[in-house]
Design a protein around this ligand. Structure first.
Ligand SMILES: Nc1ncnc2c1ncn2[C@@H]1O[C@H](COP(=O)(O)OP(=O)(O)O)[C@@H](O)[C@H]1O
Ligand SMILES: [Mg+2]
Length: 253
């Protein structure tokens, strides 16, 4: 068996906000076309990890990164056109942040800004993204409806459709199921397993069983440190660290 080349690599990455260290000495690799999940309690540094990959951490004036983050072997701090990097990486946040626009325009927003104005091309792209996020059947007859009028679960899938509209090679999801019901969560989980064939997925999840169901590899973060990383089955059934064991079995104080 050959190991696929790493899509993302962290080399001794330490991130701080002012004096506070949010992530300490993180080294890991994420292979292409896999689901990599990060589990861990609040304030472990999970969201900071995601924001470092597309360099949106730069919006935080006091954030400082040490170490190297590579995407396809390129040190991302050396990428001059940060927008080109951000387009390659889709982000989905915990609470749907639908733009006050129609369903159609929510998904068309990024492609239009990237210069796609041909109506047929946009129509096709929007249909593809809404199908990929398993929302199409529920909205195809009302694409002009305001996105904010959809249910919470539908809005979450709309944000996934938006994230897909610039054909990202990496899709990051931050606790996407926090505000949606279990049935919708399952639907989106199916979506992610399909999308994995085309992109690398980083899934920060508050549901450890979700990581177990979906992820090829899982990392456990706690108090700014990566306690353990490995194949998901190993993390759940035979972890090296007692802390990991306690967390995945729910015995965590
Ligand atoms: N913009 C910020 N300014 C200062 N501290 C922050 C900021 N964002 C996060 N932090 C701190 O960094 C640590 C990690 O936060 P975060 O990455 O959001 O963790 P998680 O997503 O695991 O809850 C926390 O202690 C948090 O308070
Ligand atoms: Mg977070």
């Amino acid at each position: 068996m050959t190991t696929p080349p790493p899509h993302i690599e962290f080399q001794d990455v330490t991130i701080s906000y002012g004096k506070e260290i949010a992530l300490r000495d993180i080294s890991l690799t994420i292979p292409e076309q896999t689901i990599f999940s990060i589990i861990g309690p609040a304030n472990a540094g999970k969201t900071t990890f995601l924001k470092s990959i597309n360099r949106t951490l730069e919006f935080e004036p006091n954030a400082k990164t040490k170490g190297t983050i590579l995407v396809h072997g390129t040190d991302i701090s050396r990428i001059k056109n940060v927008y080109s990097l951000r387009r390659r990486i889709g982000m989905v946040f915990p609470l749907p942040v639908g733009l006050p626009l129609s369903v159609y325009e929510n998904v068309a927003y990024a492609p239009r800004r990237a210069g796609i104005h041909d109506r047929q091309e946009l129509d096709e792209l929007i249909e593809r993204c809404l199908k990929q996020s398993m929302l199409w059947d529920e909205v195809k007859d009302r694409l002009n409806l305001l996105g904010t009028k959809l249910s919470g679960g539908q809005q979450q899938r709309l944000t996934i459709a938006r994230a897909l509209s610039h054909k990202p090679e990496i899709l990051c999801l931050d606790e996407f199921s926090i505000a949606i019901d279990p049935v919708t969560t399952m639907k989106i989980e199916d979506v992610l397993l399909e999308l994995k064939k085309e992109m690398t997925i980083i899934l920060v999840t508050n549901l450890v069983q979700q990581a177990r169901r979906l992820a090829d590899h899982t990392a456990f973060f706690n108090k700014s440190k990566m306690i353990e990383v490995g194949p998901t089955e190993k993390i759940f059934s035979n972890p090296e660290q007692q802390l990991t064991h306690d967390y995945v079995t729910g015995d965590f104080g």
